[in-house]
Design a protein around this ligand. Structure first.
Ligand code: SF4
Ligand code: SF4
Length: 509
């Protein structure tokens, strides 16, 4: 149950605004906990005055939910904080039936060749855009006439997303990223186990004289070249698609399989064999074995050790990002422990401290005076770290090229660019870039993302407008192309294309 200390509460309404169940109301100048409170602790965490606390005494109308580390105590006829579980007759049940199908359907996709009839790499651009695309090629595929239209489209709206598998801190989210002192992008939100950079984009490409270095950087990344960058207030990076990242001169070896809590959740038995307690350090969530639900699952009770970090939920603590162990600011394993309750802990107990990649680990022993000392690793501790290491992947840099093909870039394909948008989104036209399939962003326009590892070699170039130049291919049934108002008079067969190319080669000697 949640209790509010009337002498402390200021009636500021912060808990009322944050309660996921709307179970707290401020009446007069005092927070009042109403029916339906699931003791999820949100109010305890957000109250700036410490007026809310969780008392363990629950009445018989409540039942505990153990489906996540929050540990709600759900009242009969009500739901837990996430609204996914309810208490029905004292039993915790799913609130919603399993949804078996969610397909929205759509028109049947036409039979198209798995790859475009030709890529647009080397095709060139016909300018101005009202002129037909450089190559419009037709062939037969499974009994139907198909057409591929290709053009190298200059795109002001373009950039790369660079995914860096790394535990190490590289800089603040939003920090500017520079190449040779010029701003070329920024650090964006992390993905699981990876830091992310956004490089380029229309604004950086278009403003000031630094657009050229921005365009060059996008193209270098998109063509798989090595690029050196510096994050403002952060690290020096050396990055290349398909290679391990180099951060501040050190090559990152492993990518973690999970955060500290996930690691505890996966390997509680191995951690228990290694020590009486285990702390898995991670820049996002630090895991504490004996308090974690996975520890309880194998019969452990909380050891009294509290790790450094801000408690999120049972056995899970938010770490501070830094250049220490597991990407936290903890530089020494002894600093991983914030406190120990000597009424619970016993002298001589051991604590394993490890990173989520298992690359660094240490064993600590509690002394009579309540302080820990580091002791040599036992074979069991070595084995637990090796098990964690063995689940990690090789750290790698991956580059996604992004762009938006504007109306003018589509005009060379058809006289009705809007119809092309619809056909691409409906799957009647397959779009590829440098021969690679794209992920289309939903909604208007043609905004795409493409894995550069699947594109033709050296596929992207740039023009000093500045803009990058994307080799874009549209493949469709010939009947579709006619219906879109395509430049059908300019269609040539694949045989004719090959003849033209051979002739051009001969001319060039
Ligand atoms: S957040 Fe704290 S002080 Fe503010 S109304 Fe809630 S219990 Fe009272
Ligand atoms: S799964 Fe939902 S209801 Fe259950 S403890 Fe977690 S937040 Fe509460």
């Amino acid at each position: 149950m949640i209790r509010i200390d009337e002498g402390i509460c200021e009636g500021c309404r912060i808990c009322e605004k944050n309660c996921p169940l709307g179970a707290i109301r401020v009446e007069g100048k005092l927070a009042v906990v109403g029916p339906g409170c699931a003791s999820c602790n949100v109010c305890v965490r957000v109250c700036p005055f410490g007026a809310a606390s969780r008392a363990e005494d629950e009445d018989a109308r409540h039942a505990p939910c153990s489906h996540c580390s929050v540990g709600c105590s759900i009242e009969e006829g009500h739901s837990g904080a996430c609204t996914r579980y309810v208490n029905r007759g004292g039993r915790i049940r799913r609130a919603r039936k399993l949804v078996l199908k969610a397909g929205r359907g759509g028109p049947a996709a036409p039979k198209l060749p798995p790859e475009p009839l030709t890529t647009a790499v080397g095709a060139g651009t016909n300018y101005p855009c009202c002129r037909p695309a450089p190559y419009i090629v037709e062939d037969r595929f499974e009994g139907a006439d198909v057409v591929t239209v290709v053009t190298e489209a200059p795109l002001s709206y373009s950039g790369v997303k660079v995914k860096i598998d790394a535990n190490r801190y590289i800089g603040e989210e939003g920090a500017r990223v520079k190449r040779d002192g010029k701003v070329v992008g920024h650090v964006t939100t992390e993905e699981y186990g990876s830091k992310m950079l956004s490089i380029g984009g229309a604004n950086l490409l278009s403003h000031g004289n630094d657009g050229f270095v921005v365009a060059r950087t996008i193209v270098d990344f998109a063509n798989g070249r090595r690029v050196k960058l510096r994050v403002e207030g952060g690290s020096e990076l050396e990055l290349q698609h398909g290679h391990p990242p180099v951060i501040d001169g050190e090559e990152e070896a492993l990518m973690r399989v999970g955060c500290g809590s996930a690691t505890v959740g996966m390997f509680p038995e191995a951690l228990r064999a290694a020590a009486d307690e285990a702390i898995v350090l991670d820049y996002h969530v630090i895991g504490l074995l004996t308090e974690h639900l996975a520890g309880a699952e194998i019969g452990l009770v909380h050891s009294g050790v509290v790790p450094r970090g801000v408690k999120s939920s049972r056995g899970r603590y938010f770490g501070n990002a830094g250049i220490g162990w597991g990407g936290t600011d903890i530089q020494s394993p002894l600093d991983a422990i914030a406190s120990v309750d000597m009424a619970v802990a016993r002298p001589g107990m051991t604590v394993l401290v490890t990173e989520t990649t298992g690359q660094r680990c240490a064993l600590l022993r509690l002394r009579e005076n309540g302080l820990f000392q580091e002791i040599p690793l036992t074979p069991e501790a070595e084995a637990a770290a090796a098990l964690i290491r063995g689940t990690c992947e090789q750290a790698c840099v991956s580059v996604i090229y992004t762009g938006g093909t504007g109306g003018s870039a589509r005009a060379g394909v058809t006289k009705t660019p809007k119809k092309l948008n619809d056909a691409v989104h409906e799957g009647r036209v397959r779009m590829t870039v440098g021969g690679a399939p794209v992920f289309l962003l939903p909604g208007g326009g043609i905004n795409f993302m493409v894995d550069i590892g699947r594109m033709a070699e050296d596929a992207v170039t740039w023009v000093p407008t500045p803009a990058t130049v994307a080799p874009v291919e549209y493949t469709m049934e010939k009947a579709t192309y006619e219906a879109l108002g395509g430049h059908t008079a300019h269609i040539i067969t694949v045989a004719e294309l090959l003849r033209q190319l051979a002739e051009a080669e001969q001319e060039q000697g």
